[in-house]
Design a protein around this ligand. Structure first.
Ligand code: NAP
Length: 315
């Protein structure tokens, strides 16, 4: 069994971003504005605070800047959209994201659509997702060639940003030399954030994709037929031996915090994936661990998208 570790790949990619940003800093001198990401957090959801903390730490390491805008839980949709618009128009800002989940009175659709798609580094607006459906995105990490300021993008054949988790999955498979073309890929989960973008990029890489969800009948018969099984459901340990077969490649997107009892009877929080890892790991060809699989590459992918937007602003 091959353990598909994202952490090692993350470290290399982080160094690469750091040195590319540093090179530009030296070249630009006094004119240098760091790659700048605005993160909106609404309320004080504890998991969101942890995820934002990871992004700030990553940014600090590579030489990017994160502006963390924490608005109160009760902020109105129009006030939030007005705030987003301010940053849409600010040329020193290269990326804008809104940390999900949002309070129930705010529409994810309206809020993500308020972000200028050229700064939508999470790739979740209707325009970005439309570009994904049209296959109008880059599967490699070369920067886009283009104009001199954000305004000049109007005349460009702009390509959308791939949502970070989907991009992280591609990176992981590429780095391990796992070919996708012609393979049968089963994705469990159809969310706009994870399941659908992953399915679309797999399709773009010429896989034959099956998308499963909570109403799929005979799920474990379908999952067993695939060469690559990707699970994004958020149910710890749900995928057991009955869902997998020999020679399969397993990618676990699920991240759920659960309480586990230690030998001393103490309760500790542990992060678990969708796979019953210990029971299935030896039955398959390759598998991602949780934590340490796709998760670290999601953060890398977000900052690669930011770097691309930043680089575009210099052209
Ligand atoms: P979500 O919006 O709740 O979507 C879950 C999907 O799983 C839905 O499509 C749902 O089907 C399907 N599902 C639920 N139970 C199922 C079952 N028993 N059988 C088959 N399908 C089932 O969650 P999400 O935002 O996509 O996130 C999924 C997981 O990925 C979570 O654990 C999240 O924390 C994790 N995540 C990880 C990363 C990373 O970087 N690794 C990034 C983002 C999210 P229906 O559509 O029919 O309801």
């Amino acid at each position: 069994m091959i353990l598909l570790r994202g952490t090692d790949i993350r470290d290399g990619k982080r160094e690469n971003l750091r040195s590319r940003i540093n090179d530009i800093k030296e070249k630009e001198g006094d004119k240098f504005i760091p790659p700048t990401l605005v993160i909106f957090q609404i309320g004080d959801n504890a998991s969101s605070t942890v995820y934002i903390g990871q992004k700030k730490k990553f940014a600090e390491y590579v030489g990017a800047l994160v502006l963390h805008i924490n608005l109160p839980e009760y902020v109105s949709e129009s006030d939030l959209i007005a705030e987003i618009n301010n940053y849409n128009m600010d040329d020193s800002v290269h990326g804008i994201i809104v940390q999900l989940p949002l309070p129930r009175h705010l529409s994810v659709h309206n809020i993500t659509n308020a972000i200028d798609y050229r700064k939508d580094v999470d790739g979740l607006s209707s325009t970005s997702l439309g570009l994904l459906v049209q296959r109008n995105f880059k599967l490699d990490n070369d920067v886009i060639k283009g104009g001199e300021s954000m305004d000049k993008f109007k005349n460009l054949d702009f390509k959308g940003f791939i949502p970070a988790t989907a991009k992280g999955v591609i990176t992981l498979l590429d780095e391990y030399g796992i070919e996708v073309e012609g393979k049968s890929v089963c994705v469990i989960g159809r969310s706009v954030l994870v399941g659908k973008p992953i399915s679309l990029v797999m399709l773009a890489k010429n896989a034959t994709v099956t998308i499963c969800h909570s109403r799929t009948a005979n799920l474990n018969e379908i999952t067993k037929r695939s060469d690559i099984l990707i699970s994004a459901i958020g149910k710890p340990g749900f995928i057991d031996k009955t869902f997998v077969r020999e020679n399969q490649i397993l990618i676990d997107i699920g991240i759920t915090s659960v309480d586990v009892k230690t030998g001393e009877g103490e309760n500790v929080r542990k992060v678990c994936g969708d796979f019953d890892f210990e029971k299935i790991k030896d039955a398959v060809e390759a598998i991602t661990p949780v934590p340490g699989g796709v998760g670290p590459l999601t953060v890398v992918s977000l900052f690669e998208n930011l770097f691309e937007s930043f680089h575009n602003s210099l052209l």
